[in-house]
Ligand binder design. Structure first.
Ligand SMILES: [Fe+2]
Length: 631
């Protein structure tokens, strides 16, 4: 077994400037692969199917759509390195910070991106007098928002740029490029975070303290944890960057045990068809924007969003960053006020590409920089209370050493809110998208909760079982236990075939997918009295079903133990946040399915003591789609 390969990889090697070698180690949890240093690709160790894997070249990257900006006497010049933007269009306008609750760019003027990737914004000509709705001429300072469209009409990115006007003309200024966002909200704490366009000092003033908080060093990622807050209280906050002050308000969680609030749930917002904002490179920004607005308008305290935010299935971390940033931008106006808690799906896949199979085959490594898990953790701010990784599981090839598997950091976690707990799982961890064809390499199966994650879930559910302040537990997992439309042949069913399972170090693990589904059901239904529902997605539709013991759920000829369900539990599928729809399919449990629709949908869960009511609305048409008392 040629697995202890420690090979140097020269990244971006050029003849004039040799760079230090990067050693690329194939994690031992994979099999049958070695790294070809010369051609920078993974090769099979043995004869057999062609598994040559490489990193797929990015179409666009966050860095290539982020401009270098220079000032001019009458405006700003933006230079983009992305070749795909050449001959494209830049549309821009002022962002009226301070005038509205939900400030967004008021796009008004178009300029060409030339064949060198440069665009000139004649601000003094375009945005003067009757077009100056933010008052920049008086302050000699403003912030513009811009949209980049490629020559085919694809909206690639929307960014922000601050400017000042001096005697010499216009000069670019640093600004808050993304955010501020409120995350990790509990009854005592909240995290405010944002990204600036350059490494700068910023300041935060809140109702929570007398003093203004000044950052201690220049940085681009700013994250401040506010502690000792009052439960169920509203706090105004102002983020200052250069001459801009961004003022919003957040609400801390209701006190632990408090029985009344509402939250929203959806998943699957990758790009849809029809052009425009339905595909802002990798994400359906149109429907996500509607979801954000509806969630705020309907008084949700937070939005849980579990997987397939973006298209993914790419190799380049900076391309994934761009897609995720586009998703964040779509809900940014609302995320200033209310947390969006996100989990992973199969489309957050970032890894090794096979030209012969035309798809990603294995999670990216080095895991710390190139795995889907690592980039997800980098881009979002989620609780750190999850399991560590699958290292230490009984199939771990090196049980006493870390690094054979990617991290669960920020992609598996839980939080509580009032009398309710939310457990966020990752059923696309260490994901191998075409495992049936690439078992010789190995990886995890779509829909499979691996041992260490399952063990952690069991512990967390036991803690909630003993916690007298918790009445309800929701378990959210991208892939449904019982698919109903679009994913009959995977999720946790695989057309009733229990054979599919993860392959670790060239060995299939002990339990198949249907046995693992039952293990998950057993923990949540039989060993917990508080799990009210599984909140799932992956299928791009909305439907609900009450899973009861009498519901058929095994394939013909099933010869393994049958799990008895000691109580009913709900499965809510809402993958209707903008990805292309799937219609309903026939399955053994179809008689239990209710409310099926392919309309875009946002679920609202009204918690009222021991009662839970589900209300489902179409964020596009505002029609009510479904309503049911769950508990
Ligand atoms: Fe999915």
């Amino acid at each position: 077994m040629n697995k202890h390969l420690l090979l140097g990889m020269l990244l971006g090697m050029s003849l004039t400037q040799p760079l230090p070698a990067q050693h690329l180690i194939v994690p031992e949890a994979y099999g049958n692969l070695w790294y070809d240093n010369t051609f920078q690709r993974l090769m099979p160790e043995r004869d057999g199917p062609d598994f040559r894997l490489r990193r797929k070249t990015a179409d666009f990257m966050l860095s290539s759509v982020t401009p270098q900006v220079t000032g001019a006497p009458d405006g700003l010049r933006l230079l983009f390195t992305s070749i795909g933007l050449r001959d494209g269009t830049l549309t821009y306008g002022l962002i009226p910070y301070g005038q509205h609750s939900f400030p967004t760019a008021v796009l008004r003027f178009e300029v060409k991106i030339d064949t060198n990737g440069a665009a000139f914004l004649p601000i003094s000509k375009h945005l003067r007098d009757g077009y100056d709705h933010s008052g920049w001429q008086k302050r000699n300072f403003g912030v513009i928002g811009y949209r980049l469209t490629d020559p085919t009409g694809l909206i690639v990115y929307e960014g922000k740029q601050a400017f000042a006007r001096t005697e010499k003309g216009f000069e670019p200024r640093p600004t808050v490029q993304r955010g501020p966002f409120v995350s990790e909200v509990t009854d005592k704490q909240a995290v405010l975070w944002y990204e600036t366009s350059a490494p700068v000092f910023t300041r935060i003033k809140t109702d929570a303290a007398e003093d203004t908080f000044f950052s201690r060093d220049r940085k681009m990622h700013h994250e401040v944890r506010l502690a000792n807050l009052q439960a169920g209280s509203e706090y105004w906050y102002t983020v200052g960057c250069d001459s801009a002050d961004l003022r919003f308000r957040f609400r801390t969680a209701v006190p632990r045990g408090y029985p009344k609030f509402r939250f929203a749930y959806a998943s699957d917002s990758r790009s849809g068809y029809g052009g425009g904002e339905r595909n802002v490179f990798g994400t359906n920004a149109q429907i996500m924007g509607r979801i954000g607005a509806l969630a705020v308008q309907q008084g949700a305290h937070f939005v849980q969003f579990t997987g397939d935010l973006v298209n993914g299935y790419i190799s380049e971390p900076d391309e994934m960053r761009l897609q995720m940033v586009n998703w964040m931008h779509a809900v940014e106006p609302y995320w200033h006020w209310m947390p969006f808690n996100v989990g992973m799906g199969n489309h957050e896949s970032l890894g090794w590409w096979s030209d012969s199979l035309g798809w990603v085959m294995a999670d990216g490594f080095p895991y710390e920089t190139h795995s889907g898990e690592a980039v997800f953790a980098e881009m979002f701010v989620n609780p750190l209370n999850g399991p560590q990784s699958e290292d230490g599981a009984k199939y771990d090839p090196n049980p006493y050493r870390r690094g054979d598997f990617p991290s669960y950091r920020e992609n598996v976690y839980y939080y509580t809110y009032g009398n309710t707990a939310m457990v966020v799982l990752n059923s696309d961890y260490w994901y191998a998208p075409l495992l049936n064809k690439t078992a010789a390499i190995g990886g995890n199966l779509h829909g499979y909760i691996m041992d260490e994650q399952l063990r952690w879930l069991g512990q967390v559910l036991q803690d909630f079982e003993r916690d007298s302040l918790i009445d309800h537990v929701f378990v959210t997992v991208h892939t449904p236990l019982f698919p109903n439309g679009g994913h009959r042949s995977d999720c946790m069913w695989y057309n009733g075939d229990n054979t599919p399972r993860p392959v670790v170090a060239e060995k299939p693990v002990e339990q198949g997918i249907i046995e693992r589904r039952d293990a998950l059901l057993d923990l949540c239904v039989n060993r917990s009295s508080k799990v009210a529902a599984f909140l799932c997605g992956d299928e791009h539709n909305y439907n609900r079903m009450r899973i009861e013991d009498t519901m058929p759920r095994y394939p013909p000829g099933w010869d393994k133990p049958r799990l008895t369900l000691r109580r009913p539990v709900w499965q809510i599928i809402n993958g209707a946040a903008g990805a292309p729809f799937y219609a309903q399919q026939e399955l053994p449990w179809s008689a239990s399915v209710q409310g099926f629709t392919v309309q875009n949908a946002l679920c609202f869960f009204d918690i009222d003591g021991k009662k839970i009511t589900l209300v489902v609305m179409n964020p596009d048409t505002l029609e009510m789609l479904d309503q049911v008392q769950m508990r």
